[in-house]
Design a protein around this ligand. Sequence first.
Ligand SMILES: Nc1ncnc2c1ncn2[C@@H]1O[C@H](COP(=O)(O)OP(=O)(O)OP(=O)(O)O)[C@@H](O)[C@H]1O
Length: 513
Amino acid sequence: MRIEVTFADRVGIAHEILAVLALRRLNVVGVEVDPPLIHIDAPGLDPAALPALSDALRAIAGVRSVAAIDMLPGTRRRLHLDALLAALPDPVLAVDRKARVVVASAAAAEVAGLPESQLAGFDIGELFGEAELTRDLTAGGFRMSGREVTLNGQPFLLEVTPIVDVEAAGAVVTLFTPSRLGERLDAIQNLDELGAGGGFARILGESPPVRALKARAARVAAMEAPLLILGETGTGKELIAHACHRASPRRDKPFLALNCAAVPENLAESELFGYAPGSFTGAQRGGKPGLLELAHGGTVFLDEIGEMSAYLQAKLLRFLNDGSFRRIGGEREQKVDVRVISATHRSLEAMVADHSFREDLFYRLNVLTLIVPPLRERGQDILLLARHFIARAAAQARRPPGRLTPAAAAALLANRWPGNVRQLENVIFRAVTMSDGGVLDAADLELAGAGMQSAELPAEEADSWESAVEGFERTLLRRLYPRFPSSRKLAARLATSHTMIANKLRKYGIPER
Ligand SMILES: Nc1ncnc2c1ncn2[C@@H]1O[C@H](COP(=O)(O)OP(=O)(O)OP(=O)(O)O)[C@@H](O)[C@H]1O
């Protein structure tokens, strides 16, 4: 049981109180002294024995009262702090003066993909895969805001609040998710550090299509007209939109994003255009400005524009025509200066043809266009990106960065990547966390599904059952062999005997390595 003793502060009194418990052979597992109180956790203390103990304690000069309590105040405080940490929606980390994590919120542990206990002690620069972050934080007295970082492939804006004791004792680091519904990226104003290249340096890739894309993006970034970014899912459209904003004269103003696919029409409307005071039940009393107002002077990024409803398409078109709009339920016409960058993985031309997207809006949005190539057309960039993601995932998992075996590299290059860079990022992250570190082999990469699909043979090409089956076998083995480069590994992958696989490899002239 736990007790609270009230006493008049004098030298040695805490010691005398504990001596009384020791004399009764009571094991003490927790003591908190906070004069005029001392709290003691003695699990062996029986409630029936409390009156006698109380008498013995009150016999000590200065002890005033003894009472039973249900929990030590420190334990209660810790419980509340844990609940508080678990309830914080944004990931939060407290770091010490060397920028090592001391405490992490549940949200921080979740994005880092590590239990909270394992996050403690992590060097913050190592966690984010940016060694210079630790140096910048400690050298700058933990003053930093709006720095962009990625954790586990997710971009965040880092806000740092120093904890000042006599000198800097560390800081509280909060991670804000940028560019999601309604989130305000005003903090991105701190972008001078990015230099003349804007954010284009973060778009990795040296292949000719990516070089051409970056060159064109740098040119269109500075222009005022709307920009439409086209490309398959996960190709980096949002990254590019962001980089274009940062390379534009609007860089010191907000970049605000709305994902049209993620929200229903009415919410998208109020996020974009805002609402007037008293416009509907449950609305904020004073009304609310929308992204267009908040981004005045800056950029609004409309992701998945192909999913926008017909009603909102009409409202957006009006805004693009003369820069004016009304809040929901509002009387007043507003005029703002905002550049619209939109993106989609759909063919807007096809949508215009089947009347699901307004033709006039299409021409308004499509004044300037960037086409982002799919990952499978970026050649060796696949490996460059894979190595970058390996280094980042390894830093997060506190492992030395592993390397790809030639078979793994071949498998990455041969894959079709329907989910593009995001899929590569995920595949690598999974492989790094699941592997023992060191080398990443083809079998560590979860790519089998994609390989199997492309092993299919078009039915028209079959002139007999036999030749169709042979064609399928040949394609299947050729596709899987780079990732499972021995008859044994291939047999394990295909759940069959290795003798059969060895025979087939011989039959189709695929040399065993
Ligand atoms: N060239 C690149 N270099 C480094 N990281 C990249 C690159 N392209 C994409 N990424 C990363 O891949 C992920 C997906 O990128 P992004 O969200 O910009 O794609 P998207 O085309 O907008 O996707 P969606 O169509 O699903 O909205 C992000 O984590 C991004 O940082």
